[in-house]
Design a protein around this ligand. Structure first.
Ligand code: HEC
Length: 75
């Protein structure tokens, strides 16, 4: 999964953790397949602000979502 997306495994794991901890707090979990990659790229920075998370977490969550989507061959 890390190989296909060109992102480090550590970052993807970190993104998964942050996602599981915070991204279901205010609404049901939005799943990787719910949005296209470009929509995720717009949504995640807004959500990091909502959740009060750091820029590194923003990058990690995005890496996680994109890695899942690429693994599945989604756009
Ligand atoms: C503090 C509350 C809160 C947290 C925490 C939160 N969200 Fe949201 N989220 C919202 C609200 C409010 C909206 C709808 C309005 C908006 O777009 O700001 C939303 C909308 C969304 C959408 C929909 C955008 C669209 O166009 O359909 C996505 C995707 C999303 N959130 C993902 C996430 C992810 C990923 C995380 C974890 C990093 C997260 N959210 C954490 C409050 C939150």
């Amino acid at each position: 999964m890390a190989k296909k997306s060109g992102r480090s495994l550590g970052e993807i794991q970190r993104g998964h953790e942050v996602y599981m901890l915070h991204c279901g707090e205010c609404h049901r979990y939005k799943l990787p397949q719910d949005l296209d990659i470009d929509e995720w790229e717009t949504a995640v920075p807004k959500m990091i602000g909502h959740a009060g998370l750091a820029f590194a977490d923003e990058k990690a969550v995005l890496s996680y979502v994109v890695a899942v989507k690429m693994e599945r061959g989604e756009k």
